[in-house]
Design a protein around this ligand. Sequence first.
Ligand code: NAP
Ligand code: F7E
Length: 329
Amino acid sequence: MSRALIIGITGQDGLYLAELLLSKGYEVFGLVRGQNNPKRALVEETVPDVKVLTGDLTDQSSLLRALEAAQPDEVYNLGAISYVAYSWENAKVTSDVTGMGVLNILEAIRLYCNGGGASGVRFYQASSSEMFGKVQEVPQRESTLLWPRSPYGVSKVYGHYMTINYRESYGMHASSGILFNHESPRRGPEFVTRKISRAVARIKLGLQDQIALGNLDAKRDWGYAGDYVDAMWRMLQQPAGDDYVIATGETHSIREYLDLAFAHVGISDWDRYVYQDPQFFRPAEVDLLIGDASKANDVLGWKPQVSFPQLVSMMVESDLAEQSRLAGR
Ligand code: NAP
Ligand code: F7E
């Protein structure tokens, strides 16, 4: 039985990845931070077979202890401060967790392996399309020059190159997945897709009147998180570590997302419900994000399965059910 350690188990991708690995017969360990993390219960309910360990990406000895407890064949680093807007106001902690945290786990794996704990632990790093920022090429591929536009993006670039460096310096089986935006009903409510799907559900149910948003013309290459964790797993099944862009190859604006989300509940004139609030605009925006996943297609045999309209419908449907339940209907 293979053993996997997921750092970031309480997040959107952590839960989907845990479900995928359990379905493949893995023994799965998940790292949860903090002494009383409210999301620990979510993990215990959603994936009860996961063995929860405590630790933090900023505390290398806690990572070493987790490796010793889990004795993993595969380590997935999904842990990060992942909200781009927050990263401008909290640049230091974002750098410590999202950037330096990658060095901490890579070095902990190296020490663990050198100490006789194991050889050949395979490592996945959750890199991001935010690294492309001020895009230098459209569509973006593995070789596209990185030009991050936020403290989050800069931190991810550090983690990305550190992963490559450990692969090249120590022969580590380390892969970096450059994932474009991926969403689901488990997406945090601070991100725009879930913010909209939840608000649309509440408006439909008469629980909310309006929604405040920022830049409606921003565009993203949005896929479904369940498809994207499958790509992570496929990377670690290859003979050697490498870097892969994971994307749908389509880009859509926030306006298009609004069109589909409101249409799903039978509302066509969504302008009545949406207003723009300067607090949701960013100091710098990324430009035209659209990924070329042909390498992942050729090498990993990976293709996205869920279309953009299916994704939007899935999210609105899930929020309608959740909001109805919360409202006691
Ligand atoms: P998410 O829902 O925000 O989850 C982030 C996870 O990181 C949570 O489990 C969080 O734990 C954990 N974490 C935060 N600080 C930590 C620390 N100091 N030590 C250990 N763990 C810590 O993010 P996601 O959407 O699942 O994304 C997974 C990863 O992929 C992240 O690294 C993200 O940056 C990256 N990524 C995401 C996307 C996307 O579109 N979703 C695209 C590209 C890359 P708590 O619950 O305790 O906060
Ligand atoms: O913003 C615009 C906003 O916060 C998307 C993370 O998973 O994907 C995610 O980062 C766009 C931006 O995601 C609002 O300006 C308009 O252009 O949903 P988001 P993100 O910044 O793309 C990447 C790949 C990651 O790696 C990250 O971890 O939507 N936008 N109005 C808004 N965004 C938010 N959050 N809220 C608004 O009201």
